[in-house]
Design a binder for this molecule. Structure first.
Ligand code: TXA
Ligand code: MG
Length: 318
């Protein structure tokens, strides 16, 4: 269990580890990822094993430039090229037809590959050094996503994972995943980039969101996910609660009552700030040892939709 400073020496060691077929966790602007070479099936298998992740849930391939994009994607439809120009590097993942060089284990046998160009400078440098990286969020399967190196070490340190420490993730919530159906964008997972921005960049009034059961969807969008150690109960702000042995996740205002721990996501009601604080607040509430975590619903608009997606799945876990 090791944290490396994200300086030239640390980056060099992490890249060497990956080139030898090993894993290294690294910071991105959304959440920390657990990376391996995107072209090495054995290394991808180690990712699934280290996370305890089922093999039907494919990985995102991270690239540092458009030359690397051509090594993993066979086709880039015009709408995808537009979104890439507008939002890469950034918190956007595009689902594209894959090249044969990407092993089936990475895409769970799908004919497509999910690709993202992260904006975090440490991620960008690591990918330049080590090549395209297959990387899921660096947490045990189904648990809270990590937004700091300490979060990674808490869940994956005991499994011997090395992490490059690049400080707290600025967005704090995963990338938005977009697929293409007959040339039109379809959002598979809501994330750090709001629906409205995707629509605007494509010159559309709105972009379809693929609900469960739709033809294309993110296989990993399970009903239960992002589970804290204690059961999470979604409530409306100000609803009646029992503070004994409980923790409280508030949107804007600290709760009354003697909770074991409480966190406020954004006193000013800023959904961007709330998203950035979401997972770190949940990690702290989890560490308080509470038996129940109450979590307030946030407004269902803009980034609030992505936050509510995570909270609903966390609440569905028990
Ligand atoms: O922000 C992020 O996207 C972070 C950072 C590390 O980049 N990564 C991340 O990865 O959230 P992960 O593995 O936790 O979630 C990836 C999601 C899963 O729901 C998976 O099913 C979906 O992407 N996915 C991967 N490949 C896909 C494909 N070919 N088609 C549809 N969905 C795909
Ligand atoms: Mg994840």
């Amino acid at each position: 269990m090791k944290a490396l400073r994200a300086d030239a020496a640390g980056l060099g060691r992490a890249a060497a580890l990956i080139k030898r077929g090993g894993l290294a966790a690294f910071p991105t602007e959304t959440v920390y990822g657990l990376g391996a070479s995107a072209f090495d099936p054995a290394a991808a298998a180690a990712i699934f094993e280290t996370k305890g992740r089922p093999h039907f849930d494919p990985l995102i391939v991270h690239i540092a430039d458009l030359r690397q994009l051509r090594t993993v994607a066979a086709e880039v439809p015009p709408a995808a090229a537009r979104l890439a120009r507008r939002f890469w590097p950034g918190p956007l993942t595009l689902v594209l037809k894959k090249r044969p060089a990407v092993p089936d284990i990475v895409t769970s046998g799908l004919p497509t590959v999910a690709v993202r160009m992260p904006a975090h400078p440490v991620a960008a440098r690591l990918i330049k050094l080590a090549g395209p990286l297959a990387a899921p969020s660096a947490n045990r399967f189904g648990r809270l996503s990590p937004t700091t190196a300490a979060h990674v070490l808490r869940q994956l340190g005991p499994r011997g994972v090395t992490v490059l420490d690049g400080g707290p993730a600025s967005h704090g919530i995963e990338s938005t995943i977009v697929a293409f159906e007959r040339g039109k964008p379809v959002i598979l997972r809501r994330g750090a980039l709001p629906d409205s921005e995707i629509a605007a960049a494509c010159g559309l009034r709105r972009v379809r969101f693929a609900a469960a059961g739709a033809k294309v969807r993110a296989p990993g969008q399970l009903k239960s996910h992002y589970a804290p150690a204690a059961p999470l109960r979604l409530i409306n702000p100000g609803a009646r609660t029992d503070p004994r042995g409980a923790a409280y996740l508030a949107f804007r205002r600290k709760p009354r009552g003697e909770f074991l721990a409480s966190e406020v996501l954004s006193p000013s009601g800023d959904l961007r700030e709330a998203a950035a604080n979401l997972f770190s607040a949940l990690h702290r509430l989890e560490e308080s040892g509470a038996r129940t975590i109450y979590a307030e619903r946030v407004p269902a608009r803009g980034l609030g939709l992505a936050i509510m997606d995570r909270l609903r799945r966390a609440a569905a876990s028990r």
